[in-house]
Design a protein around this ligand. Structure first.
Ligand code: 1GP
Length: 237
């Protein structure tokens, strides 16, 4: 089987359809040299604001994926679709409930060949994503690593996403998690807002996701692209 497109992604910007971004800022993000844009958010994501953001991103060549968290906002026309399964949720709705309902309703229209499951492990209890999905974020290291193995080895999910959204995570733990993967790709997101943190995350994870910094400090966010690329080129020799 061919490698999925995201198998080579090292740096990704995540844009939230519910947040404002100017044309200039969006152009800088899309032309930054990042490998891809993921469109997604934890609240306020609608069909309308997702379509609008997609059409603006489509002025550029950068690949664009939609992380689908509500079936009403499943907009056609993205390059890839990611379906999160929050493995450490206390609520079965976020494990498989909502996904099953979406497949029941829209299964015929789902572009399966470009749709992939993401095994989310949410590790910051303060994050909006943790609250919305009722995640049991206070895991010890052995639990986090067990979820990682379960996602990769048992469920064979192509993406294992360690999500610290809003704060810098335990990058030593992220590195250990990546070392356990047999086939999945380790996505890391949370608190990357400088070249230093970006380089450190790139040394620990396969793919570094930068979200909030785009809205909080664009120049710093843009500087993470080169930092990740540089860090990866050193690791790869
Ligand atoms: C959020 O993992 C992403 O889903 C990125 O996190 O917003 O903290 O950069 P930040």
């Amino acid at each position: 089987m061919n490698q999925p497109e995201f198998a080579s992604w090292e740096h990704v910007f995540k844009l939230d359809p519910d947040k404002e971004i100017s044309d200039e800022a969006l152009e800088a993000v899309c032309m930054s040299g990042t490998d891809a844009i993921i469109v997604g958010g934890s609240s306020g994501v609608t069909f309308e604001n997702t379509v609008e953001l997609l059409s603006r991103i489509r002025r550029y060549e950068v690949p664009c994926a939609l992380e689908v968290t509500s079936e009403e906002a499943a907009v056609p026309g993205f390059d890839l679709y990611f379906i999160p399964f929050v493995l450490n949720s206390r609520d079965p709705q976020w494990l498989v409930g909502r996904q099953t309902e979406a497949v029941r309703q829209f299964g015929t229209y789902i572009p399966w060949e470009i749709t992939y499951g993401e095994g989310y492990i949410i590790l910051n209890g303060e994050a909006e994503a943790a609250k919305v999905s009722a995640a049991e974020a206070a895991l010890d290291d052995s639990q986090t690593l067990a979820y990682t193995r379960l996602a990769d080895r048992l469920l064979r999910l192509p993406i294992v996403y360690l999500e610290y959204s809003g704060k810098l995570g335990d990058l030593a733990l992220v590195k250990r998690a990546r070392g356990l993967l047999s086939q999945g790709r380790l996505f890391y997101g949370g608190g990357i807002a400088s070249p230093d943190t970006a380089a450190a995350a790139a040394a620990a994870a396969d793919t570094v996701i930068v979200g909030n910094a785009v809205y909080a400090d664009l120049a710093a966010a843009l500087a993470t692209v080169e930092a990740v690329k540089l860090s990866k080129s050193k690791v790869d020799g």
